[in-house]
Structure formats: C-alpha cells, structure tokens
Design a binder for this molecule. Structure first.
Ligand SMILES: [Zn+2]
Length: 252
C-alpha cells in the first residue's frame, strides 16, 4: 500500500516512451483520476496474443481512491483497455467525448458488460472532485472529437494534451486555440504532451487529404479487396502477418 501524502503525484502506467497502452493517473491525497485506458498491439513475434494491457496493480492497491476514468479520444490505445479495467476494478465513473463514448458503449455491449456510469463531456464541461478539478479543450487528431485535459490540483495546473496535431482543415471542428491560450495565461505547471513525429520538421498533412486519398483508392480498386486498419501500427502488423501467411501458404 502506498503512503498517503498531500502532494500531487503523477503515475504513468503506460504510454510513456512507447506507442500504445496509454494510462496516466493523477493522485492527490485520497483521490485518483485515471486518464485513458489503452491497449497496445503485439509485435510480430507475439503470435496468439491479442492485446497488451498496462499493469493495474497500483490501481488495485489504491482502489478506494479512484474517482473517475477520463478519456481523451476514441483510439484503441486510449480506450481499448476499458472492458478489462472495469472487470478488474471498480471505476465509479467514465467521462468521454461523444464519439469515444459510443465506441466504449459498443465494447461493453460486445463483452456483455453492464456499466451504468458512462458519461459524455464536451469542451465546456467542468468536473469537480474534492481536490482535483478537470476541464477540457478541443484538439485535432487523426480521429474526430479529441480533447486535451486541464487537471487543476492544489499543487498546480497539469495539462495533458492527449494525442494531437494541428490540422487547419480538420474533419470536424477546429482545435480551440483560444482556450489553449487562456489556459496558458492562467499558468501551466506541467505539460504532458504527445504528438507523433513532433520532432520532425514541417507540419503533418491534414485529415482532409487522407480522405481524398481514400476516395482515390476506392475509385481505383473497384474489383479488388481493400483492407483498412484504423491505426498505423495495426496496418503494419496486418501487413507483417499477411506476408507471414503468404509464406506459409506457399509451403502447403
Ligand atoms: Zn490517438
């Protein structure tokens, strides 16, 4: 059992220095909020393994402190672990943006899980716990309805961006740059930021261009099979496994 202090602690259970199974926890006194509950996908060598989950031991040891799970967006590496989490632990409430909420509800349905405390938030929502307050700001990403989170604690303001890129012609609403500026003016003591290829020069292409590219592919291969993965890593795994299966089929 961890010692109780009045300092704000950030416990990263997954997603730091790796792609996938994102799960951050902010703890202050007897309160823990969890941000995201993702899975990662097995690399080529891990045949027979469907998902990789974060280790929930810390949360099991601090079950009584858990107040809520808050979701930034609906990608599998942010929501894929939720069915397993709610079956392992008591999660008093889950807050998610609308699209992610629908995807989570489907997961519960698929696995026959009854969970009644799944709530939608938007960028105006404020959630108040005893020590911790949570607010949201809209971002843009490769999935619509993504948000960053401002966590106000007695020790200072923490911003976690979720995954994001700046997309000036997004599919869906623009990122709320004004709210980001306002939060910045109020003061951010810790920024936890995650943006794939952030260290590369230039700017990522807009999702609108991806849409056009998909239309081109569908127009071109009208009589062929098209396999679509919703995550780049998943696409890599599928290509690897198809290549492997092709090798196996050749030997039969
Ligand atoms: Zn994402």
């Amino acid at each position: 059992m961890s010692k109780q202090t009045n300092d704000t602690k950030i416990i990263i259970l997954g997603g730091l220095g790796e792609v996938g199974k994102n799960m951050y926890c902010v703890m202050h006194g007897n309160e823990i909020i969890i941000i995201d509950s993702g899975i990662s996908f097995p690399e080529g060598g891990l045949l027979g393994i469907d998902y990789i989950l974060p280790d929930f031991t810390f949360l099991k040891e601090n079950q009584d402190k858990i107040k809520a799970l808050i979701i930034t967006h609906g990608h599998e590496d942010h929501i894929g672990g939720i069915p397993f989490l709610v079956q392992s632990l008591e999660i008093p409430a889950i807050y998610a943006p609308n699209q992610a909420k629908e995807l989570i509800a489907l997961k519960f349905e698929d696995k026959n899980i009854r969970y009644d405390n799944l709530f939608v938030y938007n960028d105006q929502t404020v959630i108040k716990f005893d020590n911790i307050q949570v607010e949201f700001f809209r971002t843009t990403h490769s999935i619509p309805d993504s948000h960053g989170i401002l966590v106000k604690t007695p020790d200072g303001n923490i911003v976690t961006t979720g995954d994001f890129k700046f997309d000036f012609t997004p599919i869906g609403p623009m990122a709320d740059l004004h709210k980001m500026a306002r939060i910045g003016d109020e003061g951010v003591d810790l920024l936890i930021s995650d943006s794939t290829n952030a260290l590369n020069e230039g700017i990522s292409i807009s999702e609108t261009k991806v849409d056009n590219a998909l239309n081109d592919i569908f127009d071109k291969y009208t009589t062929r099979r098209i396999i679509i993965a919703t995550l780049s890593k998943l696409a890599t795994i599928m290509v690897e496994r198809f290549a492997y299966l092709e090798e196996v089929w050749k030997t039969i």
